[in-house]
Design a protein around this ligand. Structure first.
Ligand code: HQG
Length: 173
């Protein structure tokens, strides 16, 4: 199922065109189209959606009766998720590799290839994110409350990841 999850991430976040899909507004794709394009069973897609460790995907039935699926966050293709800005908690956390810290102190957190900078509500989650690539992890504390008061917008993805366009260095403790 991890392999299918990765194929779904690639199709829904990074390269839909490669398997002949086009994301609709909001990043949605009819589930039937994804199933056909990947050559898998619908039940397997449902299993990934339900059991995915980070709840990366969601399925909804539209007013037209068509069930559609999208990745809740993590896109590198342009997408308008239609998320509404919300007030963040005072503190959010970002886990990263120690080697990245000097550059982050210098230029802040940048979204890189992704749509947004990803932040976590708690340190253990941030630690897991930072540990993905191995090496020593540093947890950065972001003064999200001050950022919001200074006009930065925050969004919360359907699966609980906090998103913002950038974190300038003065908000990083
Ligand atoms: C770093 C996973 C140098 C940043 C996770 C990170 C997350 C800088 C890397 C989601 C920098 C980008 C996102 C700067 C940022 N100088 N390095 N100025 N600004 N960086 O993968 O936040 O499994 O795009 O610290 O759970 O690590 O995909 O972002 O190390 O939620 O669902 O540049 O990916 O979720 O890496 O992870 P990423 P991320 P999924």
């Amino acid at each position: 199922m991890v392999k299918l999850s990765k194929r779904m991430s690639k199709a829904l976040r990074h390269d839909p065109g490669r398997i002949g899909l086009t994301l609709e507004p909001g990043g949605w794709v009819p589930v039937a189209d994804l199933v056909a394009a990947l050559g898998v069973e619908r039940a397997d897609v449902d299993t990934v959606v339900e059991n995915n460790d980070k709840k990366r995907f969601s399925i909804v039935r539209g007013p037209d009766g068509v069930e559609r699926i999208r990745a809740s966050q993590g896109h590198s293709v342009p997408v308008e998720l239609g998320l509404v800005p919300v007030e963040p908690p005072e503190r959010l956390y970002h886990g990263t590799n120690a080697a990245a810290v000097p550059s982050i102190r210098d230029t802040g957190l940048n979204r890189g290839g992704r749509h947004d900078v990803h932040l976590s509500t708690d340190e253990p989650t941030a630690r897991r994110v930072g540990a993905r690539r191995g090496g020593p992890v540093v947890i950065l504390e972001v003064d999200a409350g001050a950022m919001a008061r200074d006009g930065h917008e925050f969004y919360r993805s359907d699966n609980g990841v906090w998103l913002t366009a950038e974190v300038p260095p003065q908000y990083i403790n």
